[in-house]
Design a protein around this ligand. Sequence first.
Ligand code: HEC
Ligand code: HEC
Length: 471
Amino acid sequence: MSLGKSLFSRDRRASLNTSISILALAAAGLLSFAIARAALADETQVKDPGVRGGAPAAGGPLAGLTQDELTFFNAGSTTFQEAEGIGNGLGPRLNLDRCSGCHSQPGIGGSSPGVNPQPNIGTAYGARNKVPLFVKPNGPIVEARFKHFPDGSRDGGVHSLFVISGRIDSTGNASDCTAVQDNFDAQFANNNVSLRIPVPLFGDGLIEAIADSTILANLTANQAAKSRLGIGGHPNRSPNTGTITRFGWKAQNQSLLMFAGEAYNVEIGISNELFQNERDDNPTCQYAPVPNDSTVVDGSAGLPASQAVSDLERFAFFMKFLAPPVPSKTTPGGAASIAHGQQKFNDIGCSLCHTPTLQTSSVSDFAATTNVPVNLFSDLVVHKMGPKLADDIVQGQAAGDEFRTAPLWGLGQRIFFLHDGRTNDLVQAIYAHSSAGNGQYRPSEANQVIAGFNSLSDKDKQDLLNFLRSL
Ligand code: HEC
Ligand code: HEC
């Protein structure tokens, strides 16, 4: 628990500073209260049970798919795991060479593995890159957004970490490419970089099939309890269609197909039918027709549908048909502890943001995603989380301090937590929810719920952690 302790003592320093500056001497009574509270937290003996062992509880197809749907799932899974090379259009800028490299824990489609493949990809096959200092061998996998352009205006976009210059692989030769890597270490030292880790994709087809009206009805439910605890929240929406966007850490993206198009373009550098242009169109670095990936329209090729469609469609169908994680009823801690922990999770109000279940639409286009309960533990809307989590990146209607309530299903077998993967300890992930306001951002909407967590007995806290690791 040494990590947890250092966090608690940082919290204590912060609360002392605030107390002193705001309340000065008049608040001697409150101050000793703050110290008493912090001491209580310091004595906490609860422990994150850690990554749940056993076989991966995720990665297979949804139950009830037809044979044709399974064919698309399998074709998508294969493409999702394919490495791209120079001759396929890789780069000129990239974060990795395949989807499954980043989405792999605890199975294909998941989140960041414990060992980061990025340092290797940056220098593989002679590519001329310096691995940025924030890209750590022991993970998590990261992508980097810059907060501002050099002129001070907002940037917010992903800057891919590596270039292909110098790379010679079995598909092509980029030794003449003149693209030069950004200076990430300097940008990071200037506090201009905000990091994000991969979001797991299990059950995403069910999330896609939840109607906007269901999200809105859930947002207005339990209003009294939410206002009492200071919980608000609002959907992020597409500026073009006005419909609710729901994928990504800020719920910034509309659909799985759209996310696939963007990821192919941004993470791997493959231009495609949705994102037709190369992000870096440096003419010395183009080794494949642009867009790099498209549908085979020539019927004479005689391909089955799952092979004629572009990679994008295959990615989207793989994710659409990917089953949700299966929780354990008994591990860790036993069935009684897990059930009691879930009760506490509800009692103190975690569930007011982390909604246990939403229902998919009754008019979804596939039987396997129609009228299904989705046990995602999210309301799919964004909340103000305070300066401690704020990343100062604005996306659509999500401000610099706002994040989508992270779905908690699959938590049991995840390694890294929170948008930037700052911790692998659930206790720290919970405490990071609580944050006083500052000149720029309001206090976190979760403050009172976290205070409620603090006042639980050690046994109740441990049961709650066991519940989270059972998911
Ligand atoms: C270099 C690592 C990396 C690679 C490669 C990668 N992703 Fe991701 N993925 C991420 C990160 C980081 C996020 C979170 C992005 C955000 O919210 O800004 C993410 C999020 C997603 C999401 C949103 C999931 C959700 O439920 O919100 C989808 C969908 C997705 N990726 C699909 C793909 C597909 C398809 C590919 C291959 C074309 C791919 N990714 C390749 C890192 C990666
Ligand atoms: C006001 C809404 C809100 C409340 C209340 C809330 N959360 Fe969260 N939770 C979030 C948001 C938003 C995130 C994502 C924050 C980020 O990544 O920066 C999150 C992230 C998490 C994560 C990390 C998940 C991941 O994918 O990395 C865990 C674990 C978690 N919450 C548990 C809890 C528990 C336990 C409680 C109750 C003690 C709770 N939360 C209360 C909104 C909330």
